[in-house]
Ligand binder design. Structure first.
Ligand code: RIB
Length: 318
């Protein structure tokens, strides 16, 4: 069984990179087009696998060409696909993504088969969830499915990591079962009502999430890094300077790398530092999964920027 189980969406990303994101009613020409695998769930599973983690993906694709391609792709990334289900007549989820010259994006999702991802699917993957060291999920599939899976993980061994993306409000009954929550500034606002724009407001939102039942809140701030808030300590990990071309999938890279670090028994702030660096590196290339680093790439990057010494032990023994 895999050390990490990921439940979530699987999409085909249709991406246009252009000088700027059009305003309502406007057409901007001169962009370049790319089709690439995506979906927050699949992205997070691939992020784990690139680093050498064993990971099982739980989700749904359609019985169409995109579905065939995405399953093959997950297989080639060494993700366990035994729990990727396919419904006759379902369409695979698609994301339309616009990226501007600074790497900022907007994303529109047609959920397709994600919406059919059900409690029954979770039941079929019960063993993979309860025997994992870390269970990781997000919010691009029905909330009832997420809640069911989190309840299974909560009653078993795994550490429960929730990336509450896309942004929405969540019941306390779910948050109480979450060990580690990883919202960005907008998601933190939806969950807490606190407008997050800097380290101070991120810490405030993190503390409120603790009061709502989570054990650790990691509020990500893009270029400003991440704050790690727990009952014992509050730490700010500075952002990592890179030349960003596309932020798509950076949050997913963060979550996958975090899950990998936690499954390998790193302390929370070490796993967060690893994730912080992996996410920064992922913004230097176009696409979500294409941009995710291998363990060797991350190791070399963290040696070159001096962050490797913040990990308790080397990522790779040389
Ligand atoms: O987090 C990025 C992902 O969000 C994209 O790959 C897209 O598919 C959407 O789900």
């Amino acid at each position: 069984m895999a050390e990490i189980a990921v439940l979530g969406s699987i999409h085909m990303d249709l991406m246009v990179k252009l000088s700027r994101i059009p305003a309502k009613g406007e057409t901007v020409i001169g962009g370049s087009f790319q089709v690439s695998p995506g979906g927050k769930g699949a992205n997070q599973a691939v992020a784990v696998s690139r680093l050498g983690g064993q990971v099982a993906m739980i989700g749904r694709v359609g019985s169409d060409f995109f579905g065939d391609m995405l399953v093959e792709r997950l297989k080639s990334e060494k993700v366990d696909i035994r729990y990727v289900f396919r419904g006759e007549g379902d369409r695979t989820g698609v994301a339309l993504i616009l990226v501007d010259r600074r790497g900022n994006n907007v994303i529109a999702v047609a959920s397709g088969a994600d919406e059919s991802c059900s409690k029954d699917d979770v039941e079929s993957a019960r063993e993979a969830i309860s025997s994992a060291k870390v269970f990781l999920t997000q919010l691009e599939i029905p909330l009832a499915t997420v809640e069911h899976a989190v309840s299974i993980a909560y009653r078993g061994e795994p550490l429960v990591v929730l990336n509450p993306a896309p942004a929405r409000q969540l019941p306390k009954t779910l948050l109480e079962k979450v060990d580690v929550i990883v919202p960005n500034a907008l998601e933190a606002y939806h969950l807490t009502g606190i407008r997050v724009h800097d380290v101070e407001t991120a810490i405030k939102a993190g503390k409120r999430l603790l009061r709502r039942g989570v054990a650790y809140a990691l509020v990500t701030l893009g270029r400003k890094g991440v704050v790690v808030v727990s009952e014992e300590e509050t730490t700010h990990l500075r952002g990592v300077k890179v030349r960003s071309v596309d932020a798509t999938g950076a949050g997913d890279t963060f979550c996958g790398a975090l899950a990998f670090g936690l499954a390998r028994k790193m302390k929370i702030h070490e796993a967060a530092e690893l994730a912080n660096n992996a996410a920064a590196l992922a913004t230097t290339k176009l696409g979500a999964q294409e941009a995710m680093p291998t363990l060797m790439e991350l190791h070399n990057f963290m040696l070159s920027n001096g962050r490797a010494r913040r990990l308790g032990r080397p990522l790779i023994q040389t």
